[in-house]
Design a protein around this ligand. Structure first.
Ligand SMILES: [Zn+2]
Length: 280
């Protein structure tokens, strides 16, 4: 069992749903709890201290290279040491393979969008760990991932068939566009966000101002917004105009990244930290 700052990772034997190969892949056995002081960015994802942790959200079959959310691979009773290991590839590339598998298998664009976003965050976590997050390489890779996420999110939102928190994904696409420097388009999405997103109005207004001021850098959520969005004690006081419908609690959104299309998606739609960016 590997312990990375309280995140416990172990090897687990699983079965590939495509070719039935049994192989070993890292399994995130325990996550640390999200608190108000956790780092969560304004695109609502929790920053993890090591890209290896996020990479466990996806498994890659060594026999057929099928890649998808870990939970889509059934566990196998055999000891993990006795079966082939998942291929050794760079952590973010697991998400790229999963997007590819999703396209090949007709998976919904929302799942592919979430995989692309997780690839973006995973890559960034790697650069932060290496202290090279401002390097031209990091910036270029970030842009590639954001463009992929944009493409998949636009496709997902153009499909009117699925239900779930569409409004929150409009907000997230707004954030993706803002970080890409596409401010006009970002504003269009931010301004379409309403109470159904279950997001504090203060956050949306702040991000609109950021886009208007043409700021494209990622931001952390201040602790009080992490609490309001992900750890509500009672009722969220300052929501967008009306009260949200109880389709899903903020808590559950915090812990399952893809509301309705795929139950197999992992956690991680959360997080943030420094209290200075969004005025109270
Ligand atoms: Zn396979």
């Amino acid at each position: 069992m590997l312990d990375i700052q309280g995140f416990l990772i172990k090897a687990q034997a699983v079965v590939c749903p495509q070719c039935n190969e049994v192989f070993a892949t890292p399994d995130l056995a325990k996550m640390t709890k999200l608190t108000c002081d956790s780092q969560v960015e304004t695109d609502l994802h929790r920053v993890l201290p090591d890209p290896f942790i996020r990479s466990t959200f996806v498994a890659v079959c060594p026999a057929c290279l099928y890649a998808w959310w870990f939970a889509a691979f059934a566990p196998h009773y055999i000891v993990a040491d006795l079966v082939p290991e998942t291929p050794t590839i760079e952590f973010p590339k697991k998400f790229a393979l999963a997007v590819l598998s999703g396209r090949n298998n007709g998976a919904h664009a929302l799942d592919r969008a979430m995989l692309a976003l997780n690839g973006c965050w995973c890559a960034r976590e790697g650069f932060v760990l290496a202290g090279t997050q401002d390097s031209p390489e990091a910036v270029a890779e970030n842009t590639r991932w954001l463009n992929l996420a944009k493409q998949e999110l636009e496709e997902a939102l153009s499909d009117q068939e699925w239900e779930g928190n569409r409004n929150r994904y409009q907000y997230i696409l707004g954030e993706v566009l803002r970080q890409l420097g596409e401010f006009e388009a970002a504003l269009k999405y931010f301004e379409s966000v309403d109470r159904r997103s279950m997001l504090p109005r203060q956050l949306v207004v702040h991000q609109i101002k950021m886009a208007q001021a043409q700021h494209s850098h990622p931001d952390f959520l201040p602790p009080h917004l992490v609490e309001m969005i992900f750890l509500p004690k009672t009722q969220v006081v300052e929501t967008l105009p009306e009260q949200p419908e109880p389709e899903q609690t903020s808590q559950s959104i915090a812990q399952t990244s893809i509301p309705q299309t795929q139950s197999s998606a992992p956690a991680e739609f959360i997080n943030a930290s420094t209290p200075h960016l969004i005025p109270a």
